[in-house]
Design a protein around this ligand. Structure first.
Ligand code: GDG
Length: 475
């Protein structure tokens, strides 16, 4: 078996700075270590000139080589902040109102993909397998094929895929769709995304499904399937047990003075529905006067993509909503919302999940949502909290013990919060147990292995067997 090559927008930092790496980075590195490999991506640094971005920096850790590319200011603005985060991100999260389709950004996006392909094509050996991660790099395989690369290439999209009427609002929708045909396997988080994608391809007349999950477009035939991403369940559960006893988490507990705790954890992003969530909590307080002074909602929201204007606006709006609710409801010795606008250590986060009575995860649209899974993994089996989860998160297709909500419906979300706060222990345990068992069975390493095994399989062999997580009934 040849090496594995992973390509993603960003590459994880060196080992000594990686203390709290998330499950995805750890799982991909485990897969790379197994076969030896290469991880290519943007360094996060700005190159002084175009010539400088062709000079790849490498870092070697055991049998993994990390290849880091600096991008010019123009590349960063057009490819990353522009097309990836102001066109594709809102479009794929169904937010046409926030999308900015700019010609220059589009050509910057294709230009940077061509740059990565040029760099990679010089490195690829005949039996290497290539795994491309996420929406920043959709045209990469097409660029590699144009340079004569015939290796197996897989692609996994971490975020949702919308139906044709939404996707076709982007002026270059067909051009982008056509580039997918260069892959051997295109993976999505859940079946709904895969279905939407197939509908987009068929609507554009690019090809047709020949059998379930196999798609033909001209001379090329490739697979399309769902691979719901998991977490490092047991490791996270262990971390939560340990973190629960740290002084910081004890301090938090003391400050609560026996009040119930609701927790929300999200990167500051409009897809996460943070503003609506605060409004639903406000509705809950309004509807339940007896809860006044008895519940605290902790929202941890590290800033992200602050260079994108829509994010700066949203940051202000959420801060205003939190301030307004606190102004209206606070008492001398109680503040209903604690809003933290910075990154918390991963271990502390695990301890905070464990001590929370309710995990409030209400994105307006989300590929999967790992916070929902981490919250479940962190719970005390004898006294677990309740997960209140948006039906528009990919995780809702899996986590059948969650209380599902429509985040646009403030009244029913408020009702779900009330129900979760007062849920009896036996119901909490029975809801939690099944979810936890499932998360243990479909660990993030399993996600990684299943994707790579499927990429290796010939098209006439059924895609996957029992290792693939079954999805709950559509609701
Ligand atoms: C994309 C897709 C998909 C958050 N705040 C802090 C912190 N976090 C960590 C969480 C979790 C991760 O960030 C967020 O993951 P999500 O899955 O919730 O969301 P995205 O970042 O949007 O990820 C998503 C995912 O890709 C994987 O495929 O599930 O749908 O949008 O791990 O714990 N971590 C620390 N401090 C924080 O303050 N340490």
């Amino acid at each position: 078996m040849g090496r594995l090559i992973v390509v993603s927008n960003r590459v994880p930092p060196p080992e000594d700075k990686r203390a709290s790496a998330g499950g995805l980075a750890v799982a991909l590195q485990a897969a790379l270590r197994e076969r030896g490999g290469l991880w290519l991506g943007w360094s996060g640094e700005t190159a002084a000139s175009e010539a400088d971005s062709e000079r790849v920096k490498t870092r070697v850790e055991g049998n993994i080589t990390f290849s880091l590319v600096d991008l010019t200011q123009r590349d960063i603005e057009e490819y990353y902040s522009g097309f990836a985060n102001r066109a594709l991100w809102p479009l794929l999260h169904y937010r046409l109102d926030l999308a900015d389709f700019d010609r220059r950004d589009t050509s910057g996006y294709f230009r940077v993909n061509a740059l990565f392909a040029r760099i990679l094509a010089a490195e690829v050996k005949p039996d290497d397998e290539i795994w491309v991660q996420d929406y920043h790099l959709i045209p990469l395989a097409a660029e590699l094929r144009a340079r004569g690369i015939t290796n197996k290439i897989g692609f996994f999209l971490h975020i949702p895929w919308p139906p044709p009427d939404v996707f076709s609002a982007m002026p270059w929708h067909r051009r982008l769709l056509e580039t997918f045909t260069a892959y051997d396997l295109v993976g999505f988080q859940i079946d709904y995304d895969a279905e939407n994608f197939i509908n987009c391809m068929v609507r554009e007349g690019i090809g047709r499904e020949t059998s379930r999950g196999t798609f033909r477009a001209g001379e090329r035939e490739f697979r399309i399937a769902a691979f719901p991403i998991g977490i490092e369940t047991d490791e996270f559960a262990k971390m939560a047990v340990e973190a629960r006893e740290t002084s910081l988490v004890h301090r938090m507990e003391e400050s609560l003075e026996n009040r119930k705790l609701i927790i929300g954890v999200d990167r500051l992003d409009y897809s996460k529905g943070i503003d609506q969530r605060m409004l639903a909590y406000e509705r809950y307080l309004d509807n339940n006067p007896s809860s006044m002074g008895k519940v605290v909602y902790l929202q941890i929201t590290p800033k992200s993509r602050s260079e994108v204007p829509e994010y700066a606006d949203m940051q202000r709006e959420i801060a205003e909503t939190a301030g307004r609710i606190n102004g209206a409801f606070s008492d001398l010795d109680w503040t209903p919302i604690r809003y933290i606008n910075r990154t918390i250590r991963r271990t502390t986060l695990a301890g905070l999940y464990r001590m929370s009575d309710v995990g409030l995860v209400t994105p307006l649209r989300d590929g999967m949502n790992l916070v929902a899974k981490e919250y479940v993994a962190a719970q005390d089996p004898e006294n677990p909290g309740v997960l209140v989860l948006s039906r528009f998160a990919g995780a809702a297709r899996e986590l059948d013990g969650a209380v599902l909500v429509n985040p646009y419906d403030l009244e029913s979300t408020a009702g779900a919060i009330a129900g979760a706060i007062s849920m009896p222990l036996d119901e909490r345990i029975s809801r939690w147990r099944g979810m936890f068992d499932r998360l243990r069975q479909y660990h993030v390493n399993n996600w990684c292995d299943t994707f790579l095994e499927t990429l290796e399989k010939p098209l006439n062999v059924p895609a996957f067997g029992s290792q693939q997580p079954p999805l709950r009934k559509a609701s």
